[in-house]
Design a binder for this molecule. Sequence first.
Ligand SMILES: [Zn+2]
Length: 260
Amino acid sequence: MPAEIHQFLCRTDNFGVLVHDPASGATATIDAPDAAPVLAALAHKGWTLTDILVTHRHGDHIDGIPELRQHFPKARVVIPEKEAAAIVPVTGAPDRFVHEGDVVTVGALKAVVIETPGHTLGHIVYHFADEALLFAGDTLFSLGCGRVFETSMQVMHDSLQRLAALPGTTQVYCGHEYTQANGHFAATVDPQNAALQDRLREVAELRAQNAFTLPTTMARECATNPFLRAKDAGVQQALGMTGADPADVFAQLRERKNKA
Ligand SMILES: [Zn+2]
């Protein structure tokens, strides 16, 4: 049976997302911005929380964990070991520390941990290859990417390129509903991209109905997200950087977006 995914808003623009394995009944939350909406979502679906999979240490991804643990004391907490010093004081001791290449299970569903340093140094994402699902946290957004707080731009560029190499059919879930604002910026640096224009129209329609713009797919992001397109001739031309090193083009994109 395929995984069931339930996505909902937390705080103002954080996504909560539950991954449910119907065969075993196991249910994971990817991060926990806030306990109340996660508890409400679990109750709505009639699911029991068995796993809490953390992408990175920011408060708007972990602050709900202590209360979730009170409600579901058996839920396993999985965190990136590289961020343990910041996460453990908030969440309490986890059940497991993970690293690049580790396999995490949610019932019969299997995810591989991919380390994607950049937004934070120890940021990880969860790739359920058999299900073609990626939970990208704050590394990749639709039409955008996370701010680069803790590494060089080159390191973040490399992290994003690893994600871009995943199968195009991969359904991508992200930490925030930022697509529309990202799209306004994307249009300024990739003005000739017809696929981007299509996506912008779709996003405007979805947001007008208060609908989510996620999940997206990796193929679509590769075609429309400027932060994955630093090699693209049109993007390079728009920046006046024709022939430049893609990592330098990425850095320029990120710096412009920071100021936009
Ligand atoms: Zn973050």
